[in-house]
Design a protein around this ligand. Sequence first.
Ligand code: PDD
Length: 288
Amino acid sequence: MIMRTVYVNGDYVPENDAKISVFDRGFLMADGVYEVTSVLDGKLIDFAGHAKRLERSLSELNMQQPACLPDLLDIHRELVRLNGVEEGMVYLQITRGAPDDRDFVFPDPETTEPTVVLFTQNKPGLADSPAAKKGIKVISIEDQRWARRDIKTVQLLFPSMGKMMAKAAGADDAWMVEDGAVTEGTSNNAYIIKNNTIITRHLGSEILHGITRAAVLRFAREAQMKVEERSFTIAEAQEADEAFITSASTFVMPVVEIDGATIGAGAPGPVATRLREIYLDESRKAAV
Ligand code: PDD
């Protein structure tokens, strides 16, 4: 495997030389936030949306804004260039930094700088994905995450376990359910389509406010499609005409099976397919 150049606290270094303290609060306490921005044609998709959500995540956790915050676009672009990424992702993580010792009390921001790490993931064929032509299968699981899912923290143990439960069940992903209603996928927002209406959970602290979600709903409304932002159950989803997920790494991805029940014709439906095309076209045009 080719060694990547990664960014750590102001420096561009080979991935093997990158160093983070064992006292880093991201490592010890999952005290960190992250963003994943996709890259198409060597350009960043919806960078402004990801930067805005990052600032919100930091502020919700009373985390200091790192000095490099205004330079994040340049850092993303430089990493994409250095690693020759045409299609893939840029991962960014900011933690509350590394104090001198482990302590539940937040360190003094005057003496402890946030840790900033970025790396690229090269994924040729991300847009022309075979999974998007076939659709994916999901299972439902109880949502056992903490209650502030609107903050994009690095506490991903339960979503990771959910992905493993899906794998063990022969599926691709899990939709999480709380009080009988679907919240979201392990790393994506969840949607169903009934009688040409796109239905997806309303925003709140129960789900991450997806950047792809915001763009897809905007494009759908511009195309005169009907959108309802409300809760839905697994039973309602199983009766839907179509279903899909959205995220920076999957764009719009059709779902063809939920807990063993076939959705629609068991193949990607016309609305999800169209939304994927619109999303990819419009995002490529606006990429930076
Ligand atoms: N995940 N919901 C959750 C729980 C997520 O982790 C994500 C993103 C989304 C979709 O958000 P966006 O459209 O802004 O990517 C929704 C990223 C891709 C990840 O963890 O890899």
